[in-house]
Design a protein around this ligand. Structure first.
Ligand SMILES: NC(=O)c1ccc[n+]([C@@H]2O[C@H](COP(=O)([O-])OP(=O)(O)OC[C@H]3O[C@@H](n4cnc5c(N)ncnc54)[C@H](OP(=O)(O)O)[C@@H]3O)[C@@H](O)[C@H]2O)c1
Length: 316
């Protein structure tokens, strides 16, 4: 699999990262291992997990897979801390909480050092100084190689950048945020969920901070629309978040473009993210609930996504 280079990071990462949010919880360990083996077999070396996923189940499944394959040194691992898994969207970002999370992640993954440790969410009540100093201390202690954030506002990332520069420490090396061809309904903003809009694009263009694009298939809504002609088979939560005239038109556009180009709508969605004409690097983090879905998503890396295709899709 081809790789991309993140600024300030000495090792390359796979151009598609494997999402593991449901490993060991919704998805059995057997399915998780099939997906890991398949991804690894195609040359994929980049995994995305979190302290919070399945209350640690995802990290444990990955830890056992790494142990059984003896391939820890080949893999690049992102995990995330700072969210209190007992209460969804609750923050746990004080120094002692981040230190505890990092130690637990290391233990569950059964590794000595985390390649990328990200803040899963933000708590604006905790000063960036406390957060950055904690991450820097984890780096000095050899427990993490690099750090970044997820679901942060532009304003807080700018504050964090200024603090890092003033203190001669590393800036965040990536920002993990939802990015796909949908537009979310704004109701989700209240829960602290963020998605890439023009303000973020402007920030990432200015700073060159890479984007780790989560939910690249908009959690599968366009595939469901293509199969049934509506969002009715999406879960109630998905309908609340995504059912809108804009997204219905986008689904129709994707279906038309798929017919014209021969790429599936999943390949088009991955191609869109792998061909961004931007000043910053990005990569999708793909999720799936079946091996066949992952196989199709990974084919998206070969989608020749042209500017004309982009214009067609964005004229919705
Ligand atoms: N930092 C954060 O806050 C955050 C938040 C969310 C996710 N993430 C990361 O991003 C990863 C991916 O996110 P995600 O799972 O939310 O979103 P996603 O990759 O956009 O969507 C995955 C879903 O799309 C559908 N799908 C995928 N491939 C398909 C195919 N070939 N044909 C038809 N349907 C297909 C499936 O839905 P069905 O299962 O319904 O069929 C699948 O579960 C996660 O595993 C996690 O690592 C991070």
């Amino acid at each position: 699999m081809r790789t991309v280079q993140l600024p300030g990071v000495s090792f390359p990462v796979s151009a598609i990262c494997l999402g593991t949010a449901y490993f060991g919880s919704r998805d059995s360990e057997a399915l998780a291992r099939e997906e890991l083996d398949y991804y690894y077999g195609l040359g994929g070396r980049f995994l995305n997990t979190a302290h919070e996923y399945g209350h640690g189940a995802s990290e444990r499944v990955i830890g056992r897979w790494l142990r059984d394959h003896g391939n820890r040194q080949e893999m690049v691992i992102t995990t995330k801390g700072g969210e209190d898994h007992a209460r969804p969207f609750a923050r746990a970002m004080r120094r002692h909480e981040l230190l505890e999370d990092a130690d637990e992640c290391l233990e569950r993954l059964a590794i000595d050092c985390i390649d990328f440790f990200l803040l899963h969410i933000d708590d604006p009540n905790v000063p960036v100084a406390e957060i950055l100093d904690t991450l820097h201390d984890l780096q000095k202690a050899g427990k993490i190689r690099h750090y970044g954030c997820s679901n942060w506002s532009v304003e807080r990332m700018e504050e964090a950048d200024a603090y890092a520069d003033a203190h001669g420490i590393e800036r965040f090396v990536m920002h993990e945020i939802e990015w796909n061809l949908s537009r979310r309904n704004t109701v989700n903003r209240e829960m602290g969920i963020k998605w890439l809009d023009e303000e973020y694009i402007d920030y990432h263009e200015r700073t060159k901070m890479p984007v780790a694009a989560y939910s690249p298939m908009a959690v599968g809504i366009f595939s469901k629309y293509a199969a049934t002609g509506s969002f009715d088979t999406c879960s109630p939560g998905q309908q609340k978040s995504y059912d809108s005239p804009y997204n219905r038109r986008m689904a129709e556009k994707l279906m038309a473009l798929s017919k014209e180009t021969g790429y599936s709508i999943v390949e088009l969605q991955i191609g869109y993210l792998c061909s961004q004409p931007r000043a910053f690097v990005d990569f999708p983090i793909v999720g799936s609930s079946k091996l066949s879905q992952l196989q199709e998503s990974l084919r998206g890396i070969d989608c020749q996504f042209t500017p004309d295709m982009l214009d067609f899709l964005l004229e919705v």
